[in-house]
Write a protein that binds this ligand. Structure first.
Ligand code: ATP
Ligand code: MG
Length: 428
């Protein structure tokens, strides 16, 4: 019998799995029955205690049911390139980042195997164009992924750049040779590929350039914190240490963590937590103190996850209307703010600039000018943000933009790569 392969789009926010099995290619498998779209599993881990873990939609369900006791992890893919982030401690048990990714991949593998009724040892796994702008950190991230895949029980793994995989999917619509730009705007990374696409065949020379940057949907969520909401949690609180006349404000290392959905949970680490306690004790005014108290409520009453879910909902609202009300209703954390799309554009300007610098690099290294690009295809959840599409429209012209959404493109391309592999060819 022919070998079986899994294709895994392990995303910062959502993960999808397809397969090549008994000579057939299978698109996104329905692995999360509790999710609104069962083919898409949220990349979440919830440990009520160190010996039990829930995944995807059930992680949220159980987190709420169990009064938010224990630990919930999201966006952990973003930590892969961070050499200072080794992992976490759950009730005195060390859980490395490789463990976290490994058990998530293992769960995807088990669910897929259940579906196929067959054990699978080989996988094609997507990887962003760049986990990090630093090549050393990028290599480190890939090495961690290799370890995690091994832990999950895969004996052979191929990593395929996510934007390249998306290109394979778009090839299906092409009837003649075209130069195509693929932009994949996800939760953690924004990735670009410039590729010469033909209806048949593919050679490595067809990939003109791949580039990207580790900023996407999560970074856009964080601007609501950094520009407005973090004041509620002491980011601007001032304090004065005993025996000193210097008035200090919350250090950027703390507020940067506070602002970001992937990093805020690290404020709970012992040293940082105690430092914030000290700052609170030395607060200059009662208002400064109250704000830090709210931060403790956010952390100790396990409100971080729901708070960032509300921010994300607000951001999505701004993709469809000019104004959205952010509202959070938890005792002593009652916050209501109206945000406008214009504000969002303004606050996100720097992030957008960095994202499109990656596109500039991609165009430059391919030696391709905007006029030479025949088609621009967008994928990923963040492609729904109007100013992302708007920028591409400005650069390439509306007529070249493929607006039809293909949110399973990366996965389809990974399945196709797995299919190549099953026929003895390798994509990378
Ligand atoms: N309507 C919308 N408007 C704005 N952003 C959206 C919308 N829908 C989804 N998103 C954002 O898309 C992101 C998730 O997209 P996607 O599932 O493509 O990411 P991912 O594949 O998990 O991440 P990555 O590829 O970066 O590892 C989230 O940040 C989410 O907030
Ligand atoms: Mg993705």
């Amino acid at each position: 019998m022919s070998d079986s392969f899994l294709a895994i789009d392990f995303g910062t926010s959502n993960s999808l799995v397809g397969a090549v099995h008994q000579g057939k290619t299978l698109g996104a498998l329905p692995l999360d029955p509790k999710s609104a779209d069962p083919t898409m599993m949220r990349t979440l881990l919830y440990f009520p205690h160190p010996d039990l873990c829930y995944y995807g939609a059930e992680a949220i369900e159980q987190y709420i049911e169990q009064d938010m006791e224990g630990r919930l992890f999201r966006s952990f893919k973003s930590h892969l390139p961070n050499q200072n982030y080794l992992g976490t401690v759950i009730e005195n048990r060390i859980v490395t980042l490789e463990n976290m990714v490994g058990i998530f991949l293992l769960e995807l593998k088990k669910r897929a195997e259940n579906h196929l009724n067959h054990e699978v040892k080989k996988a094609v796994i997507g990887r962003p164009a760049r986990y990090s702008m630093d090549p050393v950190a990028d290599g480190f991230a890939l090495h961690r992924m290799e370890k995690a895949a091994k832990m999950a029980g895969f004996t052979e793994v191929q990593f395929v750049p996510e934007p390249l995989a998306a290109a394979f999917d778009y090839r299906k619509q092409i009837t003649q040779e075209k130069i195509v730009l693929i932009g994949d705007f996800g939760g953690g990374t924004s990735d670009f590929t410039l590729i010469r696409l033909r209806p048949e065949n593919f050679t490595h020379d067809d990939v003109l350039a791949i580039d990207g940057c580790p900023l996407a949907g999560d970074a856009l969520d964080s601007v609501f914190m950094s520009h407005r909401l973090n004041e509620y949690f002491g980011a601007k609180s001032r304090y004065r240490l005993p025996m000193s006349s210097n008035v200090l404000s919350m250090p950027p290392a703390v507020s940067m963590k506070l602002n970001h959905p992937a990093h805020i949970v690290h404020l709970k680490e012992k040293d940082t937590f105690e430092f914030i306690r000290e700052v609170q004790k030395c607060s200059l005014t009662s208002k400064d103190k109250e704000a830090i108290e709210r931060l403790f409520v956010l952390m100790e009453d396990q409100q971080i996850f729901p708070f960032f879910e509300s921010i994300e909902k607000t951001k999505r609202g701004l993709s469809a209307s000019a104004e959205t009300v952010f509202s959070f209703d938890y005792p002593s954390l009652e916050i209501e703010e109206t945000f406008t799309a214009a504000q969002f554009i303004d606050w996100a300007a720097q992030t957008k600039e960095k994202i499109f610098e990656a596109l500039d690099r991609c165009m430059e290294s391919a030696g391709v000018a905007a006029e030479q690009v025949d088609l621009v295809c967008l994928t990923g959840g963040t492609a729904k943000v109007p100013f992302i599409g708007g920028e591409l429209e400005k650069r390439f012209g509306k007529e070249k933009l493929q607006t039809q959404s293909h949110f399973h493109s990366v996965l389809s391309g990974l399945v196709e790569s797995a299919n190549f592999w099953s026929q003895g060819q390798k994509v990378t």
